[in-house]
Design a binder for this molecule. Structure first.
Ligand code: ASP
Length: 442
């Protein structure tokens, strides 16, 4: 990359932030201008253009995920050289992910019990707002209601093993791709010279995918503007007002977890300044907020951690793809708050036992949630059923799910980055030279 080119790419996070703010302003202006009646034609046309602008960006990122995850995990395992090392890193990663997710749920449950966001909104107010209580088809499709929550959760783990790896790749099932990649990379590492050509080819693929991310990020700020404007054109401000106390409870919980709990872990175990870390990974966090998808953000998260934080690839390439799919602190916190809020709204008293069930199932349901927009809402069906609450409750909070999804996804990705730093530090795998760089360079 030439010097002027490099300069143009400096401070990507600011460009993205400008794109987000401009998108919010333009979206709200159009939202207000279109009023509550049928949408005038020019506004619908504008909305479609914005949606396409955002869609192009998300598609480009998603296009890279499968080859990137496959190649990067493969290379991480092969480079570790020792399978016991993989086991050690794997164990630490799983413990960190489980512990932080459980911590997030705990924060959510304590907060919702303290604030009681569902108290004071009666059924008549809800009815006046026309909030419908239809259960989304995706929730029914999981088999919630027919199968027990335990079976659905066990299924998620068994389903990690793909019957057909190519079909898993074609479907974009990241957890299955991760399993396949780890499995064959272990075999390749054991095969010695026989696997040299294969390793070289996959190494090339890994490199090309990393370059691909750099190219896509050049258009990120513009596309994010379109993406955010399209979301805000559609935002249901009335519903936001009605469910404001609930939304604020979720946001407060997310702020406590992302701003206190996780930074403490970064300071104590990662031995680094969480503010500098946040600045270094902010392009990924902002992209997560805009796309509401940890999976779509994954290529960028990996790049930030490697280039700007200096965590070695052998850690990043393993910890981050796994984190994007199973580590969802924000989602777990949101699910626990939402379920208890729904119970309050419906006037159902929850015993301590039921709240413990919510604690356990919300942790597991978040692990099972896909890293795509709205996935947390879908797996919430598992928590509701386990707590003996009606699925119709989901309809009550549907209206403001997208905006909360953006915040919880940002926290999900932040959680993954803290894991990479903590585990990177434990494994002595953070380069001191380029640690916490905030410029976007090759
Ligand atoms: N959108 C979230 C993510 O991709 C999942 C969720 O819906 O909570 O991380």
């Amino acid at each position: 990359m030439s010097a002027p080119d490099r300069n143009r790419n400096l401070d990507l996070q600011w460009k993205i932030l400008i794109g987000i703010v401009a998108g919010i302003i333009v979206g709200i202006i159009i939202n207000t201008a279109s009023g509550s009646g049928p949408e005038p034609k020019p506004i619908s046309a504008l909305k479609v253009c914005f949606e396409y602008g955002g869609e192009i960006f998300v598609r480009l990122l998603i296009m890279l995920i499968v080859p990137l995850v496959f190649a990067s995990i493969f290379m991480a395992v092969v480079n570790l050289g020792d399978i016991r090392e993989l086991g050690k890193i794997g164990l630490k990663t799983v413990v960190y992910y489980l512990a932080t997710t459980a911590l997030a749920v705990l924060v959510g449950i304590l907060l919702v019990n303290f604030i009681h966001p569902g108290a004071g909104i009666d059924q008549k107010t809800l009815a006046r707002l026309n909030i419908n209580t239809k259960v989304p088809a995706e929730v029914i499709d999981q088999g919630v209601g027919e199968r027990s929550s335990t079976i659905i959760i066990i299924d998620t783990f068994v389903n990690m093993i793909p019957k057909n790896p190519l079909a898993a790749m074609a479907r974009g099932d990241i957890l299955q791709v991760i399993f396949f990649s780890i499995f064959i990379s272990i075999i390749a590492a054991m095969a010695g010279r026989d696997s040299e050509t294969l390793i070289k080819a996959i190494h090339g693929l890994d490199k090309v995918m990393s370059e691909g991310i750099m190219v896509i990020m050049r258009i990120a700020p513009y596309c994010i503007f379109f993406l955010v404007a399209a979301i805000f054109i559609d935002l249901g401000l009335v519903a936001l007002e009605a469910l404001g106390k609930y939304a604020l409870t979720v946001l407060l919980g997310l702020i406590i977890h992302a701003g206190i709990s996780l930074p403490l872990l970064v300071i104590i175990f990662g031995r680094c300044n969480p503010l500098l870390l946040f600045k270094a990974v902010s392009p990924a966090i902002l992209t997560a907020w805009s796309t509401a998808s940890s999976a779509a953000t994954l290529p960028l998260t990996m790049d930030c951690l490697h280039r700007r934080v200096g965590v070695e690839k052998k850690i990043n390439n393993f910890v981050l793809p796994l984190g994007a799919t199973v580590n969802m602190d924000g989602t777990a916190l949101y699910e626990s708050v939402a379920v208890i809020f729904i119970a309050e709204l419906m006037g159902i008293h929850l015993t301590l036992g039921t709240q413990i069930i919510i604690f356990i199932t919300a942790t597991l349901a978040a692990i099972g949630a896909a890293a795509i927009p709205g996935a947390g809402l879908v797996t919430m069906g598992i928590v509701l059923t386990a707590a003996g609450l009606p699925l119709e409750g989901i309809g009550l909070i549907l209206a403001i799910d997208r905006i909360l999804d953006q915040f919880r996804t940002a926290v999900n990705v932040w959680g993954d980055t803290t894991a990479a730093v903590v585990i990177g530090r434990m494994e002595n795998a953070i380069s001191p030279n380029i640690q916490l760089r905030t410029k976007w360079e090759n």
